[in-house]
Design a protein around this ligand. Structure first.
Ligand code: MV4
Length: 492
């Protein structure tokens, strides 16, 4: 079954290629779109057809709804896959697709709209009995009400934007004296960032873990979960390392959380692939939000369940029933993802766009690399700095970690600074290895202390490898990488 004859992929980079790979396996023709900045990008070459959609700024190209729908019609694509970011959670785009008779590969526009409101979705979930963080029922109407509720739930509290995402407008309030000021600031920031100044208040959870459940739901009323991922290791609300399963998961907790995740999907008439995010703290979990799209970290779920989530998305969008029940889905082994960004970890993670002059990807047992880059590729400044996703799979968590350490050593990217040394530091960090992580993990200084050393080592390694490669000594370059690795083993 190929579900569609032709699909347009309204995205770029590694995720556009990921979706096209599923299409290729199914025999579905692919249509790429590209901006002025991406004329030489891999996703353009990978597709069967490619159409220019505008200038480099996203608003002129990858967010240009009129132009993208025009290309869809011109190319004869029956469906559009939005990937993540850009138009993936834009309910207006999903609605426009519906109007134009093009299948949007994702949930209905109504579900996307509902989940876009933090307050609205939280209220729906509270009503169906899913645990939510204690706080105001809706938006803050006035400071007196906010004071009363904050006093009841107890400080510290958190002011959050209803339309928010990425922690924008979010503020911790330690005691009553800071409340009014935080509400005003939160409303101002939310208003200018989202055009909606509504804020709400929640009890502030200390050092929570971020645990999310992958969901699949078809148009015949069947909803299943593909287990959980832990994504606590992040920086400024950008995830950096994800893993599945969560290292502290128990059968009993998974039973409860997965039932809640399915209840969330049912309550929102969910169809297609989605993710229910929870905060976990001291044995309790709370619904935070639902992401109505394919996520960056879907890869690790694919590794531990063996299910191709993108193919399931296409099947569901074509009206097919999910071909397995919950009892037909199992989790096996352990998978970890490290996001490789073109950023300088020693310069406050500033983006380091530039040209990749040397590149060698890791391989071997249990390694999956999803990337959109190649030698000679100039990373555009207009888009996200994530250039690839390095995932490893192992029989258990320790083997996945060992394989990630090895894969990081094998991975050579010369020309731009990357987050590879940071991942090196994390994979060797005692607290991470023990599974002792939380959302403030990277703010604690133990990583900062070792990061300098790892970045310096990475630079030395790159120089050694670069010198060997320039002399055409591929084998010497490989042995240099292995030697650094052996050195580490000895000193571990
Ligand atoms: C919280 C929280 C603690 N208590 N809510 C951050 C992004 C936004 N979607 C929700 N976030 C948080 N909400 C309460 N009541 C801590 C965070 C948080 C966080 C959550 C998930 C992953 C990383 C995070 C990093 C800092 C704060």
């Amino acid at each position: 079954m190929k579900f569609f004859e032709k699909v347009l992929i309204a995205n770029r980079g590694e995720i556009a290629i990921r979706v096209m790979r599923a299409c290729r396996e199914l025999g579905v023709e692919t249509v790429a779109i590209y901006s002025d900045a991406d004329t030489n990008a891999l996703h353009v070459k990978y597709a069967d057809e490619a159409f220019h959609v505008g200038e480099a700024p996203p608003s002129k190209s990858y967010l240009n709804i009129d132009r993208i729908l025009e290309v869809a019609k011109k190319s004869g694509a029956e469906a559009v896959h939005p990937g993540y970011g850009f138009l993936a959670e834009n309910y207006r785009f999903a609605h426009r697709c519906l109007e134009d008779g093009i299948t949007f590969i994702g949930p209905s526009w109504k579900t996307i709209e509902m989940m876009g409101s933090k307050i609205g979705s939280k209220k729906t979930m509270r009503d169906v009995g899913v645990p939510v963080v204690p706080g105001t029922e809706g938006g803050v109407r006035n400071v007196d009400e906010a004071r009363k509720i904050s006093g009841e739930i107890g400080y510290p509290v958190l002011v959050k934007a209803s339309a928010g995402g990425g922690g924008i407008g979010m503020q911790v309030v330690e005691d009553e004296s800071g409340l009014e000021e935080a509400i005003n600031a939160g409303m101002r920031i939310a208003g200018s960032a989202f055009g909606d100044s509504t804020v709400f208040i929640e009890k502030y959870l200390v050092k929570p873990r971020h645990i999310e459940f992958q969901i699949l739901a078809d148009e015949h009323g069947h909803t299943v979960h593909l287990f959980e991922r832990e994504c606590s290791i992040q920086r400024r609300h950008q995830k950096l390392v994800e893993e599945s399963p969560c290292s502290i998961m128990t059968e009993e907790l998974r039973e409860r959380m997965s039932a809640s995740a399915i209840a969330v999907a049912k309550a929102s008439d969910y169809t297609n692939a989605g993710t229910v995010e929870f905060l976990y703290c001291d044995g309790n979990y709370y619904f935070m939000e639902m992401n109505t799209r394919l996520q960056v970290e879907h890869t690790i779920t694919e590794l531990v369940t063996g299910i191709d989530i993108v193919k399931q998305q296409l099947a569901i969008a074509a009206g097919e029933p999910i071909p397995f029940g919950q009892e037909g889905i199992s989790i096996r082994g352990h998978a970890i993802e490290c996001r490789i960004n073109a950023e300088d970890p020693l310069n406050n993670f500033a983006a380091d766009p530039g040209k990749i002059v040397r590149y060698r990807s890791p391989g071997g047992p249990g390694v999956r690399l999803d990337s959109g880059i190649h030698v000679g590729y100039a990373i555009p400044t207009n888009y996200d700095s994530m250039i690839s996703k390095l995932c490893t799979y192992g029989y258990n968590r320790m083997e996945a970690i060992e394989r990630m350490r090895r894969a990081i050593y094998e991975y050579v990217i010369i020309g731009v600074k990357t987050t590879l040394p940071l991942h090196h530091a994390i994979m060797h960090n005692k607290q991470f290895v023990e599974g002792n992580t939380h959302t403030g993990f990277l703010l604690e200084e133990h990583i900062a202390r070792t990061l300098n050393r790892y970045v310096r080592e990475e630079e030395t390694r790159i120089q050694t490898l670069g010198a060997s490669l320039r002399q055409g000594k591929e084998v010497a370059a490989i042995s240099a990488a292995v030697n650094v690795y052996l050195h580490h083993k000895k000193n571990a």
